[in-house]
Design a protein around this ligand. Structure first.
Ligand code: 1PR
Length: 602
């Protein structure tokens, strides 16, 4: 076959470039890493991927003397593909890093999403980062000069800052109006696709001549993303340098807020498959599943329940349409994660065949190896990111960190935030979107028989008190006149702590976590449906996305949790492992109710 153009990847050192490398290999292409300035001359195609802060990326390029070689490459007309930060650095500047200069190839400024947002179907706010699957709208001219918008595909986004188009007069209020907004300034003579998040419209991809860049992650966007990557990789160099024939940009008569999924944030309802992983008595890593966190078989010899091999199951769920895969290493507190090579090998192998976001939890904390070597939570997390994980999930350590934060606040000790917790160091090093906090709450019922029961209820936990379930789930009837609060636990539900789920959620958000994985010890493995009261409490307490987990027993349970709580994602383990309900069936249930899901047909 004809010689393939020499492809190079520019890795500036943060973010999960291994997934991009895996997807390029899977698509049958080879590449080299840019090592120094001379490689830019050898490169015939260049991809710049990664996540991370605008200032960090531009600073890193500057200190390694790559700004000019990169600009020379771009102006040479050779094909450039920027992904996420690889798109944003093309712009002039960003609110994320005041004073930092971008390459200014695209004359436009980057801004943060607003958490206050009155889009239709919202409650006046929306979660940030914008994390999940959203439509990228392609505009093109049709006869008669009018431009139509067409949903191109759902791609995976994870970012807090974006090239936001100016809010047009009519778009913020409702998302059904056909905006007759005046044309905001266009972005030079660049062609671009638009996406909508709440009432905000932003540039999801941009193209001019040899430069193509996208805000979303094609290497994490399943078949749709791989197809986009393949088209760029396979295109002959000269075809990628021809400037787009798309007409000069004029603001569409109908902007995305009027066509993209009439209401809601624009994001699809994310379905996460969770694999609890532990070594069985023979020392092999197996997928297991607890009932109220007890993973031992009730009958027979009490062996650890073995539901299959981690990488095989992860692959199966990806093929069935899972939007995300979550591995929880539930016995990690017994060994050091870095010596726990099997778990790193599982993530490495999974990242080679699963092209949607991978989260790994369990044992992400400061540890000391048996030989006395101490490892920081940041180092442990770094090992997983280098193996191909996109996010790490922190459980027990988060509880201890917030307990200390609240104690310092109570004692008036400054600074309240020390910057030393795993959440802070990993969030600073890899971005908030890479840090998930897994919460394991347990219901504590309150005896409401004596009339002054409320006076003796601990004041600190009042915001977490539920009186009579408002939920419509199957279990509501027998709970309607009860009262309870949610106490947090550590070590997989084995030890309770004097901190409630609202205090923990708000605390980890302050420490810089980008997402919450909200389990429920009571509902875990029960098939009784999600704990809607718990999820509503946490959703209303924070501005970061929430993944609701535990108790799913049917596709209808997913419809209920998305509709009743506004959760961004819903996770299940048991019903998928036991093949009671398929991921595609869950999505069909949601679609039947008009709730957007990613179309993940391979
Ligand atoms: O404390 O940072 O080492 O993290 C430990 C992690 O492992 C935490 O995320 C904790 O939730 C999880 N974990 C520890 N022990 C267990 C156990 O089951 N014995 N998993 C456990 C808890 C989580 C998943 C999922 C839903 C699925 N279960 O199974 O979140 O519960 O439920 P479903 O089957 O009802 O769909 P650290």
């Amino acid at each position: 076959d004809e010689r393939k153009p020499k492809l190079y990847i520019l890795d500036y050192g943060a973010g999960n470039v291994r997934s991009l490398a895996n997807s390029i290999k899977k698509l049958g292409f080879d590449f080299e890493w840019i090592k120094d300035e001379s490689d830019f001359d050898k490169a015939e195609k260049l991809i710049f991927p990664g996540v991370g802060a605008f200032g960090q990326a531009t600073e890193s390029l500057r200190t390694s003397g790559l700004i000019h070689p990169l600009l020379r490459y771009i102006h040479s007309g050779k094909p450039y593909f920027g992904i996420c930060i690889g798109m944003q650095v093309l712009f002039s500047s960003s609110d994320e890093s005041p004073g930092s200069e971008g390459l200014s190839v695209v004359p436009y400024h980057i801004k943060p999403f607003s958490t206050k947002d009155d889009y239709e179907g919202g409650k006046g706010k929306k979660s940030v980062p914008h994390m999940g699957w959203n439509g990228s709208w392609r505009a093109w001219k049709v006869q008669g000069g009018e431009e139509k918008l067409m949903l191109d595909e759902d791609y995976y986004f994870v970012h807090t800052f974006a090239a936001l188009l100016p809010q047009t007069a009519s778009s913020p209020s409702s998302s059904t109006s056909t905006s007759t907004a005046p044309a905001p300034e266009t972005i030079g003579d660049w062609a671009y696709t638009l996406s909508r998040y709440g009432s905000e419209t932003f540039v999801s991809s941009i193209k001019k001549d040899n430069v193509f860049a996208c805000q979303f992650h094609p290497e994490k966007s399943g078949p749709a993303g791989l197809d986009l990557l393949r088209r760029w990789l396979a295109a002959p160099v000269e075809s990628l340098s021809v400037s787009l024939t798309v007409a000069a940009r004029t603001w569409q008569a109908t902007n995305p807020t009027s066509v993209s999924r009439a209401s809601g944030t624009g994001l699809t309802n994310r379905i996460v498959a969770c694999l609890d992983v532990r070594s069985n008595d023979a020392g092999d890593l197996v997928v297991t599943k607890g009932d109220q966190y007890d993973v031992r078989e009730k009958a027979s010899d009490g062996a650890v329940r073995n539901l299959g091999k981690p990488v095989e199951l992860a692959r199966k769920y990806y093929v069935n349409g899972a939007d995300e895969i979550c591995f929880l290493n539930i016995t990690s507190f017994r060994s050091s994660a870095l010596l726990d090579q099997p778990m790193l090998d599982v993530v490495r192998a999974a990242a080679e065949t699963v092209f949607v976001p991978l989260t790994i939890g369990g044992g992400i904390k400061d540890t000391v190896d048996p030989d006395g070597t101490s490892r920081s939570a940041l180092q442990v997390a770094g090992a997983y990111f280098r193996s191909g994980a996109d996010k790490v999930s922190i459980g027990s350590e988060a509880v201890l960190a917030v307990e200390e934060l609240l104690q310092r606040e109570k004692d008036g000790v400054k600074p309240v935030l020390t910057g030393k917790t795993g959440i802070e160091t990993i969030s600073k090093g890899y971005g908030a979107q890479a840090v998930v906090v897994s919460i394991d709450p347990k219901r504590v019922y309150v005896d409401t028989t004596h009339e002054d029961w409320l006076d003796s209820f601990p004041k600190a936990h009042l915001p977490c008190l539920v009186i009579g379930s408002k939920a419509t789930s199957r279990t509501a009837p027998q709970e309607k006149d009860k009262a309870w609060w949610y106490q947090c636990t550590i070590s997989g539900g084995r030890a309770v702590r004097d901190i409630d789920v609202v205090q923990l959620a708000k605390g980890v958000e302050r420490l810089g976590a980008g997402e919450i994985l909200l389990n429920s010890v009571d509902r875990d493995g029960s098939g009784l449906g999600f704990d809607l009261d718990l999820i509503s409490l946490v959703k209303n307490a924070v501005d970061i996305p929430v993944v609701s987990s535990s108790g799913a027993g049917s596709g209808q349970d997913f419809v209920e949790v998305f509709r009743e709580t506004g959760t961004e994602a819903a996770l299940a383990a048991g019903i998928f492992h036991r093949e009671q309900v398929g991921i595609d069936e869950v999505k069909a249930c949601l679609e039947k109710e008009g709730m957007p899901v990613r179309n993940s047909k391979l």
